[in-house]
Write a protein that binds this ligand. Structure first.
Ligand code: IPE
Ligand code: IPE
Ligand code: MG
Length: 239
């Protein structure tokens, strides 16, 4: 592998921000409300962060909305989350489109209600030609599933399973890996999010519960990111 000098002038704004939006349930519990209320409040936080990324010129924002493991939650909570998903999509799509946001859904959508899948397809189609922020919604997503489906596709095509080939079959193929991962809600774990793509991401953990995460909190994360020295296994030129 060729050794390139480390770019000390690398941009201080992340190109790709990925977010584990965690803490909705605890936010509701603190208020003696049902978990569904926390999820509903979480939509407001998602809207704020999409707007902040749009304003600051972030290229890609990936939001973890529903993990494969989240299917194991009580059926009522899963149903409410699906309904919230539908309603949010209906309500937000035109304003996202007006702001030139391009929406894509990543994950295994087989178990999603057909009507929701159709809405997701239409939202992707409607916003597909937009040149603004690329908003990836990870729903029914699992990092292990992503790597496995990439490997399966390579196998089916008779191609060798190399890191470079796998890269081209992941659901994020062609996109920069997340520069910054934000997880709210106080847990310091990845919970099967973008396992492959997080190889060299900067990891930012916030104790703020997702519904309370706002632009000021987001700016704190960006400020923290701007102070990181990313080495990618190399040594800085000055060393
Ligand atoms: C994250 O909030 C939203 C989803 C996983 C859908 P949680 O529902 O996990 O909230 P906590 O972690 O129980 O507080
Ligand atoms: C991760 O949160 C998934 C999403 C935010 C969609 P979880 O609440 O499901 O993660 P764990 O169970 O605490 O690891
Ligand atoms: Mg949680």
């Amino acid at each position: 592998m060729t050794r390139e000098p480390l770019q000390l002038t690398e941009p201080r704004l992340p190109r790709h921000v990925a977010v584990v939006m965690d803490g909705n349930g605890r936010w509701a519990k603190q208020r003696h409300k049902a978990r569904a209320l926390g999820h509903r409040a979480g939509v407001g936080a998602a809207r704020r962060i999409v707007r902040a990324c749009h304003r600051r010129g972030v290229e890609v924002l990936t939001l973890f909305a529903f993990s494969q493991e989240n299917w194991q939650r009580p059926p009522l909570e899963v149903r409410l989350l699906m309904e919230l998903f539908v309603r949010t999509l209906q309500r937000e799509i035109e304003s996202l489109h007006k702001n030139r946001v391009r929406i894509r859904f990543i994950g295994d959508h087989h178990d999603f209600p057909p009507s929701l899948r159709e809405m997701m397809r239409k939202a992707e189609e409607r916003t597909g030609a937009n040149d603004g922020l690329l908003l990836l919604i990870a729903a029914g997503y699992g990092g292990q599933w992503d790597i496995a489906q990439a490997a399966q596709r390579l196998c089916a095509e008779g191609l060798p399973i190399t890191p470079a080939n796998l890269e081209t079959r992941l659901v994020t193929a062609g996109l920069p890996h997340p520069d910054l991962l934000i997880r709210t809600g106080g847990e310091r774990r990845v919970s099967n999010f973008l396992l492959w793509q997080l190889a060299y991401s900067e990891l930012y953990f916030s104790d703020v519960l997702w519904p309370d995460f706002d632009e000021a909190e987001f700016d704190k994360a960006l400020g923290w990111y701007a102070g990181r020295e990313r080495r990618f296994g190399r040594v800085p030129e000055s060393a």
